[in-house]
Design a protein around this ligand. Structure first.
Ligand code: NAI
Length: 462
C-alpha cells in the first residue's frame, strides 16, 4: 500500500496550496484530483475564466465608450465569440498547467481520480488504497439548487454553463444579485445581451457595506443592467429553448414573469463532500452541510482535517489558500494561523468593489464609536484621466483610538488597493499611519490615503 505523510483531497486553491506548502515543509505529499486538470473550480470554471471574460468584455466596452473621447477613431471591433472563448481557454490552460508544473517542482504526487476515505489513515482512489498519516479534505463547493428550477447548463445555467455558452444570448435573466450574478451579468451586458437581475433582497450583494452596494447598483444600472429587487423566484419554465422566470414580489405578493433566452442561476453555492464516505466515518457536520472543524481545521476524527468551501466561512479562493497553508503548517508541527478578521472580498465588475474588515452597518449594530473617512475618485487625477472617476474609498476607524476597523472601496483597481489596508489592519495601524505614508502621484492609491486623511483633519483634494 503506497504511503504518504499527507494526502490532500481536491486540487483547488485550498488543496493545491496546502499540498505545495506541506511538501516545502518536508512532508511526503499526494493530492487527489478527479478533474482532467488541476486548479479546481477557481482555475477551471470560476475565478480565472470569468476574469478573462470580464477583461475581454471590458476592453470591448472601452472601445465603444471611451476610445473616441481619446481621439482613437475607426471601426469599432465586433465580437468573434469562438475566438474569445479560445482566449479564455488559453488563460485557463496556462494556469492549470502552471499548477501541474508546481506539483512536479515540489514533488507532490498527483493521484488522478475521485477519492473516498474508507477508514481513518486511508484514501481510496479508483481501486488503489493509499495510506496517509494525515488527510486534508479540500473538496470545495458546487452551485446550490433552487426549488422549481432545473439546471440543464444550456438554457438554465450555473456559472459553469454561463462561461461556455455556444452563442451570446440576446436576453438573460440572472437569479441572484451576488458576486457571480453581477460579474457574469456585467460580461454579457457589455457583449450586448439584455440582462435583468432578479434579487430576493432589497439590496444587491448581501453583507456588503450598504453605501457601496447602493452605488454599485446605480453604476451597473447605468451600464444597462436592469434590476428587479425584492423578488422571490418561484420557478423557471423552459419551452422550445426559451425560459420564463416566475417570481413573486415580496412587498405586494404580486406574481410576475420575465422571458429570456438564457437564465443564470447564481443564488449561492454549497459544500461538496459527496462520495467521500464521511457519514460512515462519523465525521461531524454543520447543520448547513459544512464539515465541522476546530480552530486547527481538525475534524472530530483524528488525522482528518478540512479547509476551504467545504468548511464554514466565506467561499473565497484566498480564504481557502490561507487555510491550506495554515493547516499544512499545523500538520508539519508548526504554527498555522488565519486572521479571519482581515479577509478581503472583491467583486470584479467595472468599477471594482473591494472590502475588508467591518461594514458601517456592523459597527452600528455593535454600538461601536467610529468615524468615517470618505474620498471620491472624482478628486483623484489618475482616475479622472482614464474615465474611472466614479466611486469612492470609505475608511472606518475607531473614534477613540483611530485604529482602522474596515475599508470599502468602489472604484478603479479597488481589488488591488484594498491590500494596503489589509496589511495596515494586520499591523493594527491607525488611519493616521496610512495618512502619514507617502503615496506616489498620480496613482489610484492616493484616494486611499485621502480617505485616511479624511478620518483626521481632512482630505486635501475633496
Ligand atoms: P451569493 O451568496 O454571493 O449571492 C446569491 C444571491 O442570490 C443573494 O443576493 C441572494 O439574496 C439571492 N437569492 C437567493 N435565493 C433567491 C431567490 N429565490 N430569488 C432571487 N434571489 C435569490 O452567491 P453567488 O453569487 O452564487 O456566489 C457563490 C459564492 O461564490 C459566494 O460565496 C461568492 O463569494 C463566491 N464567489 C466569489 C467571487 C469573487 O470573490 N469575486 C466570484 C464568484 C463567486
Amino acid at each position: 500500500m503506497p504511503s504518504f505523510d499527507l494526502i490532500v483531497i481536491g486540487a483547488g486553491p485550498g488543496g493545491y496550496v496546502c499540498a505545495i506548502r506541506a511538501a516545502q515543509l518536508g512532508l511526503k505529499v499526494a493530492c487527489v484530483e478527479g478533474r482532467e486538470t488541476l486548479g479546481g473550480t477557481c482555475l477551471n470554471v470560476g475565478c480565472i475564466p470569468s476574469k478573462a471574460m470580464l477583461h475581454a468584455s471590458h476592453m470591448l466596452h472601452e472601445t465603444h465608450e471611451n476610445f473616441e473621447k481619446m481621439g482613437l477613431m475607426g471601426a469599432r471591433p465586433t465580437v468573434d465569440w469562438a475566438k474569445m472563448q479560445g482566449y479564455k481557454q488559453d488563460v485557463v490552460n496556462g494556469n492549470t498547467k502552471g499548477i501541474e508544473f508546481l506539483f512536479k517542482k515540489n514533488k507532490v504526487t498527483w493521484l488522478k481520480g475521485w477519492a473516498s476515505i474508507p477508514a481513518p489513515g486511508q484514501v481510496k482512489v479508483g481501486d488503489d488504497v493509499h495510506e496517509a498519516k494525515h488527510i486534508v479534505i479540500a473538496t470545495g463547493s458546487e452551485p446550490a439548487s433552487l426549488p422549481g428550477v432545473t439546471v440543464d447548463e444550456k438554457t438554465v445555467v450555473t456559472s459553469t454553463g454561463a462561461l461556455a455558452l455556444p452563442t451570446i444570448p440576446k436576453s438573460m435573466v440572472v437569479i441572484g444579485a451576488g458576486v457571480i450574478g453581477l460579474e457574469l451579468g456585467s460580461v454579457y451586458a457589455r457583449l450586448g445581451t439584455a440582462v435583468t437581475v432578479v434579487e430576493y433582497l432589497d439590496a444587491i450583494t448581501p453583507g456588503m457595506d450598504g453605501e457601496v452596494a447602493k452605488n454599485l447598483q446605480r453604476i451597473l444600472g447605468k451600464q444597462g443592467l436592469k434590476f428587479v429587487m425584492g423578488a422571490a423566484v418561484q420557478g423557471v419554465d423552459v419551452a422550445k429553448g426559451a425560459a420564463s422566470v416566475r417570481y413573486k414580489l415580496r412587498k405586494t405578493e404580486a406574481d410576475a414573469a420575465i422571458e429570456a433566452e438564457t437564465v443564470l442561476v447564481a443564488t449561492g453555492r454549497k459544500p461538496y463532500t459527496t462520495g467521500l464516505g464521511l457519514e460512515a466515518l462519523g465525521v461531524e457536520m454543520e447543520p448547513r452541510g459544512q464539515i465541522r472543524i476546530n480552530d486547527h481545521w481538525a475534524t472530530n476524527i483524528p488525522g482528518i482535517h478540512a479547509i476551504g468551501d467545504a468548511v464554514t466561512g466565506p467561499m473565497l479562493a484566498h480564504k481557502a489558500e490561507d487555510e491550506g497553508m495554515a493547516v499544512a503548517e499545523v500538520i508539519a508541527g508548526k504554527h498555522g494561523h488565519v486572521n479571519y478578521g482581515v479577509i478581503p472580498g472583491v467583486i470584479y465588475t467595472t468599477p471594482e468593489v473591494a472590502s475588508v474588515g467591518q461594514t458601517e452597518e456592523q459597527l452600528k449594530a455593535e454600538g461601536r464609536a467610529y468615524k468615517v473617512g470618505k474620498f471620491p475618485f472624482m478628486g483623484n487625477a489618475r482616475a479622472k484621466a482614464v474615465f474611472q472617476a466614479e466611486g469612492f474609498v470609505k475608511m472606518l476607524a475607531c473614534k477613540e483610538t483611530d485604529r482602522i476597523l474596515g475599508c470599502h472601496i468602489i472604484g478603479p483597481g479597488a481589488g488591488d488597493l484594498i491590500h494596503e489596508i489589509c496589511v495596515a489592519m494586520e499591523f493594527g495601524a491607525s488611519a493616521q499611519d496610512v495618512a502619514l505614508t507617502c503615496h506616489a502621484h498620480p496613482t489610484y492609491s492616493e484616494a486611499v490615503r485621502e480617505a485616511a486623511l479624511a478620518c483626521g483633519d481632512g482630505a486635501i483634494h475633496a
